[in-house]
Design a protein around this ligand. Structure first.
Ligand SMILES: [Zn+2]
Length: 317
Protein backbone atom coordinates (compact mmCIF):
# COMPACT_ATOMS: atom_id res chain seq x y z
CA UNK A 1 0.00 0.00 0.00
CA UNK A 2 1.27 3.48 -0.86
CA UNK A 3 2.30 5.71 1.99
CA UNK A 4 -0.64 7.71 3.23
CA UNK A 5 -0.31 10.34 5.91
CA UNK A 6 -2.57 12.87 7.57
CA UNK A 7 -4.14 15.80 5.69
CA UNK A 8 -3.96 19.33 7.06
CA UNK A 9 -6.83 21.74 6.32
CA UNK A 10 -7.01 25.15 7.97
CA UNK A 11 -4.28 24.09 10.37
CA UNK A 12 -6.28 21.03 11.50
CA UNK A 13 -4.54 17.69 11.01
CA UNK A 14 -6.81 14.74 10.19
CA UNK A 15 -5.39 11.21 10.42
CA UNK A 16 -6.08 8.46 7.85
CA UNK A 17 -9.31 6.61 8.55
CA UNK A 18 -10.80 9.53 10.48
CA UNK A 19 -13.57 12.12 10.15
CA UNK A 20 -13.07 15.55 11.65
CA UNK A 21 -15.19 18.69 11.64
CA UNK A 22 -14.02 22.23 12.35
CA UNK A 23 -14.54 25.82 11.31
CA UNK A 24 -12.40 28.09 9.15
CA UNK A 25 -12.60 31.70 10.48
CA UNK A 26 -13.87 34.26 7.92
CA UNK A 27 -14.25 37.51 9.81
CA UNK A 28 -16.96 38.94 11.98
CA UNK A 29 -20.48 40.34 11.91
CA UNK A 30 -20.76 44.08 12.53
CA UNK A 31 -21.62 43.16 16.12
CA UNK A 32 -18.21 41.53 16.51
CA UNK A 33 -19.59 37.99 16.45
CA UNK A 34 -17.10 35.63 14.80
CA UNK A 35 -18.22 33.96 11.55
CA UNK A 36 -16.70 30.78 10.17
CA UNK A 37 -16.99 28.28 7.35
CA UNK A 38 -18.00 24.84 8.70
CA UNK A 39 -15.91 22.07 7.13
CA UNK A 40 -16.05 18.28 7.45
CA UNK A 41 -13.05 16.20 6.37
CA UNK A 42 -13.44 12.48 5.65
CA UNK A 43 -9.87 11.26 5.31
CA UNK A 44 -9.79 7.71 3.99
CA UNK A 45 -7.61 4.97 5.36
CA UNK A 46 -6.07 4.40 1.92
CA UNK A 47 -4.74 6.90 -0.65
CA UNK A 48 -6.80 8.28 -3.50
CA UNK A 49 -8.04 11.56 -4.98
CA UNK A 50 -9.42 14.47 -2.98
CA UNK A 51 -12.96 15.50 -3.90
CA UNK A 52 -14.71 18.56 -2.49
CA UNK A 53 -18.47 18.96 -2.11
CA UNK A 54 -19.96 22.39 -1.53
CA UNK A 55 -23.42 23.95 -1.38
CA UNK A 56 -25.07 27.30 -0.64
CA UNK A 57 -22.60 29.56 -2.40
CA UNK A 58 -25.93 31.27 -2.97
CA UNK A 59 -27.18 31.44 0.60
CA UNK A 60 -30.82 30.59 -0.18
CA UNK A 61 -29.98 27.46 -2.22
CA UNK A 62 -30.30 25.09 0.70
CA UNK A 63 -31.12 21.74 -0.98
CA UNK A 64 -27.43 20.98 -1.50
CA UNK A 65 -26.82 21.21 2.24
CA UNK A 66 -29.17 18.25 2.68
CA UNK A 67 -27.50 16.39 -0.19
CA UNK A 68 -24.10 16.71 1.51
CA UNK A 69 -25.56 15.67 4.88
CA UNK A 70 -26.99 12.48 3.38
CA UNK A 71 -23.81 11.65 1.43
CA UNK A 72 -21.64 12.09 4.54
CA UNK A 73 -23.98 9.93 6.62
CA UNK A 74 -23.06 6.91 4.48
CA UNK A 75 -19.33 7.59 4.12
CA UNK A 76 -17.12 5.32 6.23
CA UNK A 77 -13.54 6.70 6.32
CA UNK A 78 -12.22 3.16 6.69
CA UNK A 79 -13.69 2.39 3.25
CA UNK A 80 -12.72 5.70 1.61
CA UNK A 81 -9.74 5.88 -0.78
CA UNK A 82 -8.51 9.46 -0.68
CA UNK A 83 -10.36 12.34 0.92
CA UNK A 84 -13.72 14.11 0.83
CA UNK A 85 -13.78 17.79 1.85
CA UNK A 86 -17.35 18.91 2.55
CA UNK A 87 -18.38 22.56 2.89
CA UNK A 88 -22.18 22.55 3.03
CA UNK A 89 -22.60 26.30 3.62
CA UNK A 90 -20.17 28.58 1.77
CA UNK A 91 -22.22 31.80 1.98
CA UNK A 92 -22.81 31.63 5.73
CA UNK A 93 -24.31 35.14 5.89
CA UNK A 94 -26.83 34.47 3.12
CA UNK A 95 -27.73 31.08 4.57
CA UNK A 96 -28.57 32.61 7.93
CA UNK A 97 -30.78 35.26 6.32
CA UNK A 98 -32.28 33.19 3.48
CA UNK A 99 -30.50 35.47 1.02
CA UNK A 100 -28.75 34.58 -2.25
CA UNK A 101 -26.16 37.33 -1.80
CA UNK A 102 -23.71 38.56 0.82
CA UNK A 103 -24.42 41.55 3.12
CA UNK A 104 -22.54 43.86 0.71
CA UNK A 105 -24.96 42.66 -2.06
CA UNK A 106 -22.18 40.85 -3.86
CA UNK A 107 -22.78 37.51 -5.56
CA UNK A 108 -20.17 35.16 -4.12
CA UNK A 109 -20.26 33.10 -7.31
CA UNK A 110 -19.02 36.11 -9.30
CA UNK A 111 -16.17 36.78 -6.84
CA UNK A 112 -13.78 33.85 -7.45
CA UNK A 113 -10.85 33.36 -7.12
CA UNK A 114 -10.97 36.30 -4.72
CA UNK A 115 -8.15 37.72 -2.63
CA UNK A 116 -7.22 37.95 1.03
CA UNK A 117 -7.29 41.75 0.94
CA UNK A 118 -10.50 42.18 -1.11
CA UNK A 119 -14.19 42.52 -0.27
CA UNK A 120 -15.94 40.10 2.06
CA UNK A 121 -16.92 38.04 -1.01
CA UNK A 122 -13.31 38.06 -2.24
CA UNK A 123 -12.04 36.94 1.16
CA UNK A 124 -14.47 34.00 1.37
CA UNK A 125 -13.64 33.01 -2.22
CA UNK A 126 -9.90 33.18 -1.49
CA UNK A 127 -10.29 31.09 1.67
CA UNK A 128 -12.28 28.46 -0.24
CA UNK A 129 -9.72 28.39 -3.06
CA UNK A 130 -6.67 28.04 -0.82
CA UNK A 131 -8.07 25.64 1.80
CA UNK A 132 -10.41 23.49 -0.32
CA UNK A 133 -9.90 23.80 -4.09
CA UNK A 134 -6.09 23.78 -4.02
CA UNK A 135 -6.17 20.43 -2.17
CA UNK A 136 -8.68 18.80 -4.55
CA UNK A 137 -8.66 17.31 -8.03
CA UNK A 138 -12.46 17.11 -8.40
CA UNK A 139 -15.28 19.32 -7.09
CA UNK A 140 -19.08 19.30 -7.09
CA UNK A 141 -20.83 22.66 -6.62
CA UNK A 142 -24.50 22.23 -5.64
CA UNK A 143 -27.12 24.84 -6.63
CA UNK A 144 -30.89 25.26 -7.05
CA UNK A 145 -33.06 27.52 -9.20
CA UNK A 146 -33.38 31.21 -8.30
CA UNK A 147 -36.14 33.82 -8.28
CA UNK A 148 -39.08 31.49 -7.69
CA UNK A 149 -37.96 29.11 -10.41
CA UNK A 150 -37.47 25.38 -10.17
CA UNK A 151 -35.03 23.27 -12.16
CA UNK A 152 -35.05 19.70 -13.43
CA UNK A 153 -32.01 17.98 -11.86
CA UNK A 154 -29.17 18.75 -14.27
CA UNK A 155 -25.39 18.90 -14.45
CA UNK A 156 -23.85 22.01 -16.00
CA UNK A 157 -20.30 21.44 -17.09
CA UNK A 158 -17.78 21.66 -19.89
CA UNK A 159 -18.87 18.55 -21.81
CA UNK A 160 -16.05 19.07 -24.33
CA UNK A 161 -13.50 18.13 -21.67
CA UNK A 162 -13.31 14.31 -21.63
CA UNK A 163 -12.75 13.85 -17.88
CA UNK A 164 -15.48 16.37 -17.02
CA UNK A 165 -17.87 14.58 -19.37
CA UNK A 166 -16.96 11.19 -17.89
CA UNK A 167 -17.84 12.42 -14.39
CA UNK A 168 -21.00 14.21 -15.62
CA UNK A 169 -22.14 10.94 -17.18
CA UNK A 170 -21.30 9.11 -13.96
CA UNK A 171 -23.39 11.60 -11.96
CA UNK A 172 -26.35 10.49 -14.06
CA UNK A 173 -28.72 13.43 -13.62
CA UNK A 174 -31.63 13.38 -16.08
CA UNK A 175 -29.79 16.02 -18.16
CA UNK A 176 -26.26 17.34 -18.79
CA UNK A 177 -26.03 20.88 -20.19
CA UNK A 178 -22.83 22.01 -21.86
CA UNK A 179 -22.10 25.32 -20.18
CA UNK A 180 -19.13 27.53 -20.79
CA UNK A 181 -17.36 28.89 -17.74
CA UNK A 182 -18.57 32.28 -16.60
CA UNK A 183 -16.14 34.85 -15.20
CA UNK A 184 -15.86 34.94 -11.43
CA UNK A 185 -17.52 31.60 -10.77
CA UNK A 186 -16.06 28.94 -8.53
CA UNK A 187 -16.28 26.57 -11.49
CA UNK A 188 -14.10 28.78 -13.67
CA UNK A 189 -11.54 29.58 -10.95
CA UNK A 190 -11.20 25.94 -9.90
CA UNK A 191 -10.97 24.71 -13.49
CA UNK A 192 -8.09 27.13 -14.06
CA UNK A 193 -6.29 25.57 -11.12
CA UNK A 194 -6.63 22.15 -12.71
CA UNK A 195 -9.70 20.74 -10.96
CA UNK A 196 -12.52 18.90 -12.73
CA UNK A 197 -15.75 20.64 -11.68
CA UNK A 198 -19.41 19.66 -11.98
CA UNK A 199 -22.19 22.12 -11.17
CA UNK A 200 -25.47 20.50 -10.11
CA UNK A 201 -28.70 22.50 -10.46
CA UNK A 202 -31.94 21.08 -9.11
CA UNK A 203 -35.11 22.18 -7.34
CA UNK A 204 -35.77 25.64 -6.02
CA UNK A 205 -34.35 28.06 -3.48
CA UNK A 206 -35.40 27.81 0.19
CA UNK A 207 -37.08 24.41 -0.37
CA UNK A 208 -36.18 20.76 0.06
CA UNK A 209 -37.35 19.09 -3.13
CA UNK A 210 -37.05 15.32 -2.59
CA UNK A 211 -36.51 14.55 -6.29
CA UNK A 212 -33.71 17.11 -6.44
CA UNK A 213 -32.15 15.79 -3.22
CA UNK A 214 -32.44 12.09 -4.15
CA UNK A 215 -30.98 12.67 -7.60
CA UNK A 216 -28.17 14.72 -6.06
CA UNK A 217 -27.27 12.17 -3.40
CA UNK A 218 -27.21 9.32 -5.92
CA UNK A 219 -25.21 11.43 -8.39
CA UNK A 220 -22.57 12.51 -5.88
CA UNK A 221 -22.15 8.91 -4.73
CA UNK A 222 -21.69 7.76 -8.33
CA UNK A 223 -19.04 10.43 -8.91
CA UNK A 224 -17.25 9.28 -5.75
CA UNK A 225 -17.44 5.78 -7.25
CA UNK A 226 -16.18 6.92 -10.65
CA UNK A 227 -13.20 8.72 -9.07
CA UNK A 228 -12.34 5.66 -6.97
CA UNK A 229 -13.03 7.38 -3.63
CA UNK A 230 -15.61 4.71 -2.80
CA UNK A 231 -16.11 1.22 -4.21
CA UNK A 232 -19.07 1.60 -6.57
CA UNK A 233 -21.73 2.50 -7.50
CA UNK A 234 -20.58 3.35 -11.02
CA UNK A 235 -22.87 4.48 -13.79
CA UNK A 236 -26.56 5.36 -13.61
CA UNK A 237 -29.32 3.00 -14.73
CA UNK A 238 -30.53 5.57 -17.27
CA UNK A 239 -27.90 7.59 -19.12
CA UNK A 240 -28.20 11.38 -18.97
CA UNK A 241 -29.55 13.25 -21.95
CA UNK A 242 -27.25 15.99 -23.23
CA UNK A 243 -27.94 19.52 -24.40
CA UNK A 244 -25.69 22.17 -25.88
CA UNK A 245 -28.27 24.95 -26.13
CA UNK A 246 -31.08 26.22 -23.91
CA UNK A 247 -33.61 29.05 -24.21
CA UNK A 248 -35.81 30.85 -21.70
CA UNK A 249 -39.35 31.46 -22.92
CA UNK A 250 -40.67 34.78 -21.60
CA UNK A 251 -44.18 36.05 -20.93
CA UNK A 252 -45.49 38.11 -23.85
CA UNK A 253 -48.03 39.84 -21.61
CA UNK A 254 -48.52 40.48 -17.90
CA UNK A 255 -51.16 38.37 -16.23
CA UNK A 256 -51.97 35.14 -14.45
CA UNK A 257 -50.04 32.17 -15.80
CA UNK A 258 -51.48 28.68 -16.16
CA UNK A 259 -48.61 26.42 -17.17
CA UNK A 260 -49.61 23.29 -19.08
CA UNK A 261 -46.20 21.60 -18.89
CA UNK A 262 -43.85 20.51 -16.13
CA UNK A 263 -40.19 19.67 -15.58
CA UNK A 264 -38.92 16.91 -17.84
CA UNK A 265 -41.76 17.21 -20.39
CA UNK A 266 -40.75 16.88 -24.04
CA UNK A 267 -42.19 19.68 -26.16
CA UNK A 268 -42.39 20.44 -29.86
CA UNK A 269 -41.84 23.77 -31.57
CA UNK A 270 -45.01 25.92 -31.41
CA UNK A 271 -46.55 23.66 -28.74
CA UNK A 272 -48.66 25.58 -26.20
CA UNK A 273 -46.79 25.69 -22.87
CA UNK A 274 -49.43 27.68 -21.05
CA UNK A 275 -51.92 30.50 -21.06
CA UNK A 276 -51.70 33.99 -19.57
CA UNK A 277 -55.09 35.19 -18.39
CA UNK A 278 -56.51 38.42 -16.99
CA UNK A 279 -57.95 38.56 -13.49
CA UNK A 280 -61.31 37.27 -14.78
CA UNK A 281 -59.88 34.19 -16.49
CA UNK A 282 -59.91 35.51 -20.04
CA UNK A 283 -56.83 34.44 -21.97
CA UNK A 284 -54.71 37.41 -23.07
CA UNK A 285 -51.72 35.49 -24.44
CA UNK A 286 -50.50 32.00 -25.20
CA UNK A 287 -47.00 30.84 -24.34
CA UNK A 288 -45.51 28.58 -27.03
CA UNK A 289 -42.32 26.57 -27.29
CA UNK A 290 -39.78 28.28 -29.60
CA UNK A 291 -38.16 24.94 -30.50
CA UNK A 292 -38.31 21.21 -29.95
CA UNK A 293 -36.82 20.22 -26.63
CA UNK A 294 -37.35 19.45 -22.97
CA UNK A 295 -38.64 21.64 -20.14
CA UNK A 296 -35.70 21.92 -17.72
CA UNK A 297 -36.85 24.87 -15.62
CA UNK A 298 -40.01 26.86 -14.98
CA UNK A 299 -41.38 29.62 -12.83
CA UNK A 300 -43.27 28.73 -9.66
CA UNK A 301 -45.16 32.01 -9.66
CA UNK A 302 -48.64 32.20 -11.20
CA UNK A 303 -48.26 35.99 -11.51
CA UNK A 304 -46.06 37.12 -14.39
CA UNK A 305 -45.07 40.45 -15.83
CA UNK A 306 -44.34 40.86 -19.50
CA UNK A 307 -40.77 39.68 -20.07
CA UNK A 308 -40.62 37.37 -17.04
CA UNK A 309 -38.98 34.00 -17.62
CA UNK A 310 -41.68 31.33 -17.76
CA UNK A 311 -40.06 28.12 -18.95
CA UNK A 312 -36.51 27.00 -19.77
CA UNK A 313 -36.28 24.73 -22.81
CA UNK A 314 -33.22 22.59 -23.60
CA UNK A 315 -32.55 21.45 -27.13
CA UNK A 316 -31.56 17.80 -26.91
CA UNK A 317 -28.40 16.71 -28.70
ZN1 LIG B 1 -26.83 29.14 -7.35
Amino acid sequence: MAEHGPIVVGGHEVQPGCIDGFELPIGRLVTGTAMALPVRVVHGSTPGPTVWLNAAIHGDEIAGVEIITRVLRDLDPLEVHGTVLAVPVVNVWGFVGGDRLLPDRRDLNRSFPGSAAGSLAAQIANLFMTEIVDRSSVGIDLHTGTDNRTNLPQIRADLDDPETRRLAEAFGAPLMVHARNRAGTLRQAATRRGATVLLYEAGEALRFDEDAIDSGVAGVRRVLGATGVIDGPIGPDDPSLASRSTTWVRAGRSGILHLAVGLGDRVERRQVLGSIDDAFGNSVATVRAPRDGMVIGCTRSPLVNRGDAVAHIAELA
